[in-house]
Structures are given as C-alpha cells and as structure tokens.
Design a protein around this ligand. Structure first.
Ligand SMILES: Nc1nc2c(ncn2[C@@H]2O[C@H](COP(=O)(O)OP(=O)(O)OP(=O)(O)O)[C@@H](O)[C@H]2O)c(=O)[nH]1
Ligand SMILES: [Mg+2]
Length: 475
C-alpha cells in the first residue's frame, strides 16, 4: 500500500512538473511511417481530440459515441472534402495513453495526411514530440519505464529474437520482478531506520537472516540480468563472425554458400580475396554479420595481400565468433593442434571447420582428426551447413540465459543494474561486518535508488525527456 502511494505521488509530481511543458495539450502525429502506403493512421491524444475531429466529421456527432467504436465518413474542412476515413474513438482512461484518443485511418498519400494534420493543428492540437504518446502512457500509469522503452525497441527490432524480447518487456518483463524485490527492500529499510530511533535499547526489528536472504536474491537476479546484457547486445546488434583460414581454404565459397549467391569471388588461385567482405544472415532469429577475409599465410611478399592479411588478423580479434576454416586434405592433425593452442591462448570464441570433405572419403577424414571438435563441411556442395549454423547459434547462446528468459537489451538498464549490484554488495558487506545501522541504511537507500531508476519509480524530467526523445514521432 505504501509502495502504491509512493508510485502515485511520484506520478503526480511528474505530471505537475510537466503541466508547465504542455501536459494538457492535445497532440497529433502520423502514427504510420511517412511515405506512400495503402492507408495511413493519424493519431490524436488529449482532452480535445474528440471535439477537434467532431468539427470536421459532419455525418455524425462524435462527442456522443461510445468508447472503442469505429465510424466511417468524410472529413470536411471549410466546405472542402479532405478524405474518406475511418475514425476510431477511445475514451479516457481506456486508451493507449490513458487520455481520449482518436485514430484516423486515411488514404496513404502524404499530401492528404499532411492536410489532415494541418487542419487538426488549426483546430487546437499541436504536433507531438518524439515519443510523446508513450511518455503520456507512462505518466498515466499505463506502462512502466522498461515497458515504454520496450516499445521503442519493438519499433526498431528487425529480427524475430529482438522482437520477442521487446514484446516480453512490454508485457512487464523483469521490471515486475525488480519492483517486487524493491518493495521488500523498502520494508527492511523501514525497519532498519526504525531501529535507529531505538538505538539506545539495542533492539533488532529487521530479521537479519531474512534480510540476508533478500540481499542474496537481489544480488543473484541482478547478476543474471547483467550477464544477459551480452546476449541482449547480440540480439540488437548482431554477432560478428570472422571467417579465417589459409588461402584457398574455401572461405569465400562458404560465404557464398551461406548467402546462396555468388557474392565473393572464388578461384583456385590462392590469395583471391584481398579485402574483407561483410554480409548479414539471419539464423534462428539471430543476426550474424559474416566477414570473409583474406587468407592468412606466413611469409607473403605481395604487399597488397599483406595489408589484407593484417586486416584479417584484426577482424579475428574484433569478432564475436571466429570460424577457422581449413582444407581437410591439406591440414595435418599436428598443425591443427598447435593452431588450437594458439586460439586458446588468444581467448577466442572459435569453431574449427574442416572443408572440402567431398574430395576424400568422409569416414577416413573423420578418423584422421578424431578427438578434436571439428565441424566437417563441404562449402562447394553445401553439405552439413545446417550443422555449422547450429554450432554458431550454440556458441552465441552458451553461458547466457535462453531467449525464453528475460534479456536486458537496454544500456540504461544495464548501467543501473551494475550500480544496484555495487550498492547491494556494500549492504551485504555492511551486514557481514556489522556496520552501524545509519551507514547500512545509506547503502540500502542507494540500492533502492538504482532499482527505482530502472522501473521509473524514481526519475526526473530530464531523464524522461532523454529516454522518450529516442522514439520516433507518432509513438
Ligand atoms: N572440392 C571442393 N572445393 C572447394 C570447396 N570449397 C571451396 N573449394 C574450391 O577451393 C578454391 C578456393 O576457394 P575460395 O573460396 O576462393 O577460397 P578462399 O579461402 O576464399 O581463398 P582466398 O580468398 O584466396 O584466401 C576454389 O577453387 C573453390 O572452388 C569444397 O567444399 N570442396
Ligand atoms: Mg576468398
């Protein structure tokens, strides 16, 4: 209850401060992407949205219709017909923003859309700022901050995996759990502060065993979420895969096989690829950025090739994953062993891939390299590429939470989580060393602060404006 009151008070505060900056205005924007399409949707939110549209919708009195209804008719302004449209009415509080919302589905011509928006502004609406619809939804308690940010992620998501995580965050994601942990921490904090008032009498209101358990839970969960950020990053930005190997190993052939097109030049002449080539593929909803490199060999005299080789080495160090491709018919198991040792010492995330298994008997080849973890393929014949893809996905997902779990994709959450972790570790050490209650209370307050920053229970206007400014207009 106390927590609820707190949230309400914070919300009220925010609204009061925003009253000065146009909180009461009715806002309008195109909600669909700009450009020509079959239809476009213009959205209004605010107390005047229904009356504004009612003035240009002659066939019906829209001020008297029920919420969640659709109305077909012409928009008419100063005797001029603008378009035939469908108007959807959502009445406060049952709308995306929590305010009265009108959505006009009009024809998808940018000219018509601009005209309708202009008329709306002439009748008293103002153009919405980026993210303002979602900001209002947040301020009216329709979404919490992580959910609002997930809306931005969803708009920007271009793979199935990023869409999935964004959707999960919109439904509440990890913020619900953090809120719950934070509320428990608030209770302990209150008890410890109470102890301070009775400091002469040496009483303990807060059960230290339970308290330690809670600290442990927060720490574990925070850690998991922090670790998930690596995967989160991958989901957002893709995984870079450097295809490395000697000249003629078949690197360009492999790139082409993955893409199913002749992207890179393939030839039997060693040293064909001089520069790096990058292409993107999507495997199981994860974006892989494949980088074909110049073959690495020692003692080359061709300088253009040497520059390419230096670049290959750099790509190898920068890549999230290294695919080391070799010709199984040329490679000895001794050489492979020393290469593996070198990769291990460089701390690379790598896969050994044996190519050209079509040339010799596959069983013989497998026996030759038995005991080493190798994916055998034929890039030219497209054999076992599925196995390679699977192993690449495994390498990305190893040590991290699975996609079914909540994944942190947002840098702001990540930084707050790192700070929660530091503060909560201080609380833990404080408990262990039996530091005075007032110092412990300080550390707890810091943890509460950072936890609150993630879910938006503690925030300020600048921070909010910053977060919502990253949205596009109309959201
Ligand atoms: N038999 C067979 N030949 C292959 C296979 N993959 C590639 N090759 C051949 O090997 C030769 C070299 O292939 P590339 O893809 O150009 O090799 P690369 O590693 O890109 O070579 P550089 O760019 O010179 O470093 C070409 O003649 C390919 O047709 C395979 O799986 N089986
Ligand atoms: Mg090549």
């Amino acid at each position: 209850m106390e927590g609820l009151f707190y949230f309400w008070a914070v919300g009220l505060n925010l609204k009061m401060s925003l009253r000065l900056t146009g909180w009461d205005d009715t806002i309008v924007a195109l909600a669909t992407p700009p450009g020509v399409g079959a239809i476009g949707v213009i959205r209004l939110s605010g107390s005047k949205s229904i009356s504004i549209i009612d003035q240009i919708f002659p066939s019906k009195d829209l001020t008297n219709v029920s919420s969640h209804t659709l109305h077909v008719g012409f928009l008419k302004y100063k005797e001029e017909v603008l378009d035939e449209v469908v108007v959807s009415i959502y009445k406060s509080p049952r709308s995306y923003t929590g305010e009265d919302v009108v959505e006009i589905s009009c024809h998808g011509s940018p000219f018509i859309q601009q005209q309708i928006i202009n008329v709306c502004t002439q009748l008293g609406a103002r153009l919405a700022k980026a993210g303002e619809f979602t900001q209002r939804a947040f301020l009216n308690g329709k979404l919490d901050l992580t959910q609002a940010e997930a809306v931005a992620d969803l708009i920007a998501s271009n793979t199935q995996a990023s869409q999935k995580t964004a959707l999960k965050n919109i439904r509440g994601g990890f913020s619900n759990e953090l809120k719950f942990l934070r509320e428990q921490l608030i209770q302990f904090s209150a008890l410890i502060e109470l102890e301070l008032d009775f400091s002469q009498e040496d009483v303990e209101f807060a059960d230290r065993t339970q308290f330690r358990q809670l600290i442990e839970t927060i720490k574990t969960r925070t850690n998991e979420l922090i670790n998930s950020f690596r995967l989160g990053n991958v989901i957002r930005n893709g995984v870079s895969v450097a295809i490395i190997g000697k000249p003629n190993a078949g690197k360009s052939t492999l790139l082409n096989a993955f893409l199913n097109e002749e992207r890179a030049i393939v030839s039997e002449i060693p040293g064909t690829t001089r520069d790096t080539i990058e292409e993107v593929i999507n495997i199981d909803g994860i974006l892989f950025r494949l980088i074909d490199t110049a073959g690495i060999r020692v003692g080359t005299t061709d300088t253009i090739e040497s520059v390419g080789i230096e670049r290959s080495r750099q790509k190898m160090k920068d890549a999230d994953i290294v695919v080391y491709l070799f010709d199984v018919n040329e490679m000895s198991s001794e050489e492979l062993k020393s290469l593996t040792a070198e990769f291990n010492s460089m701390d690379l995330n790598y896969l050994l891939v044996g190519n050209k298994i079509d040339v010799n008997d596959e069983i013989k080849i497998r026996t030759k390299f038995s005991g080493t973890n190798i994916v055998f393929i034929s890039a030219k014949k497209h054999s076992h590429l599925e196995v390679l893809k699977e192993r690449m996905v495994d390498l990305v997902l190893k040590d991290t939470v699975q996609l079914e779990n909540v994944v942190v994709t947002n840098a702001r959450h990540y930084h707050s989580l790192v700070q929660v972790k530091e503060a909560i570790t201080d609380v833990e050490n404080g408990l262990l060393n039996k530091i005075p209650g007032d110092l412990l209370a300080l550390d707890i307050r810091r943890s509460l602060q950072y936890l609150g920053e993630i879910t938006g229970e503690i925030t300020n206007e600048d921070q909010l404006d910053y977060i919502f400014s990253k949205f596009c207009i109309g959201k």
